[in-house]
Write a protein that binds this ligand. Structure first.
Ligand code: DX5
Ligand code: ZN
Length: 211
């Protein structure tokens, strides 16, 4: 039986001067997870926030913290992100060659491990690592900024992953990130996404969750 989808609003589009208020908005708006985009100014041009900010938010809510690392050398900071309160730690496939090692590290510290693909990375890149992960994050925009338009071609990666998951008897979650709003959500849900990340559309009030 298909489980109910999970809404994971992205703090990237929240008011950074009131992040605890943003957590309340997520709770009131039907979010079960808070998607926390960590950008290092190297893997992507912007810099957002890191472990100290996440730690202070951890004390304010019981939401699942879904930390999305858009950083180079993710292996250097796994332990500290877990200590700061991350439940899921997702890193970019493109940021390392040591996918297996990073997934192991995430599990060793007691977090759930996610791996994410930029639009130009095919699902086939994951073939050896899929049995090890708890989540695959399909990026439907190029990482780095909120408010971009969903790249439709990427949506088929969700159905490809559903098919592979079934064939291999695996149970990782499929999350989708980028350009999700009231118009695009149906297409990613019907492709089989389990977790819906939404930043600008959620925080502007355009996208209301009723699933
Ligand atoms: C982009 C981030 C996203 C971002 C999505 O690099 O990974 O999580 O917040 O923003 P929207 O929903 O506005 O496309
Ligand atoms: Zn993200």
């Amino acid at each position: 039986m298909k489980k109910e989808p999970i809404l994971a609003p992205s703090l990237l589009s929240a008011d950074f001067s009131d992040l605890s208020g943003a957590l309340k908005m997520i709770e009131k708006g039907g979010g079960k997870w808070a998607h926390i985009d960590v950008m290092d100014g190297v893997f992507v041009p912007q810099i957002t926030y890191g472990q100290p900010v996440i730690s202070s938010l951890r004390a304010k809510t019981d939401l699942v913290f879904d930390v999305h690392l858009m950083t180079v050398s993710p292996e250097l900071s796994i332990e500290s992100f877990k200590k700061s309160g991350a439940d899921y730690i997702t890193f970019q496939w493109e940021a390392t060659v040591h996918h297996h090692r990073v997934v192991q590290q995430i599990h060793e510290v007691g977090a759930k491990a996610g791996i994410s693909l930029v639009p130009s990375t095919p699902v086939s890149a994951l073939s050896e690592i899929l049995p090890e992960v708890d989540l695959v994050l399909v990026m439907t925009v190029n990482p780095g900024f909120g408010g971009q338009k969903l790249i439709e071609r990427c949506v088929s990666k969700i159905s490809q992953l559903c098919e592979i998951r079934e064939k291999m008897g695996l149970d990782f979650k499929i999350s989708v990130d980028g350009g999700i709003n009231s118009k695009t959500v149906e297409s990613v849900l019907s492709a089989g996404a389990d977790v819906i990340v939404s930043g600008s559309a959620f925080f502007s009030g355009e996208f209301k969750w009723n699933y």
